[in-house]
Write a protein that binds this ligand. Structure first.
Ligand code: 5GP
Ligand code: ZN
Length: 114
């Protein structure tokens, strides 16, 4: 979508620090990091949020999580642990309406979240 920030980052219309990409997903550093490691894993396919996902997206959703885990591993987070987050809609705190998985690590996170 021309009006979508993350589509624009994927298409290099907007600068992003891309750390990984393949035929289905792009990952880049969050511009306002909430932890020492804060990467966003984004499908090239524009889905506004998780609630737009359908059965046909099952493999893509699986791939998003596997890439998230691989990026965490590359950032040496396996031993300490890390958090993966998908915010959905207003109550979920979503602010960018292109589906993305946050990978955050390098500090301790609490539960329940705020
Ligand atoms: P959400 O709140 O939708 O789950 O997460 C959106 C994330 O996108 C936020 O963590 C925010 O810091 C990040 N973000 C917003 N604008 C930009 C941008 O222009 N570039 C990058 N790299 N991240 C952004
Ligand atoms: Zn988009």
């Amino acid at each position: 979508l021309e009006s979508c920030l993350f589509c624009q980052i994927i298409d290099r219309q907007v600068r992003g620090k891309i750390v990984y990409e393949d035929d289905r997903v792009v990952a880049f550093e969050d511009v306002n990091p909430q932890a020492p490691v804060h990467v966003l894993v984004v499908p090239r396919k524009h889905l506004s949020s998780l609630k737009e996902a359908r059965a046909e997206d099952a493999a893509l959703l699986g791939h998003l999580l596997l890439v998230a885990a691989q990026l965490a591993r590359e950032h040496k987070l396996d031993a300490s642990g890390y958090r993966t987050v998908i915010n959905t809609g207003a109550d979920g705190g979503q602010t960018v309406f292109h589906l993305h998985v946050h990978v955050v690590g390098g500090r301790i996170f609490h539960w329940p979240p705020g």
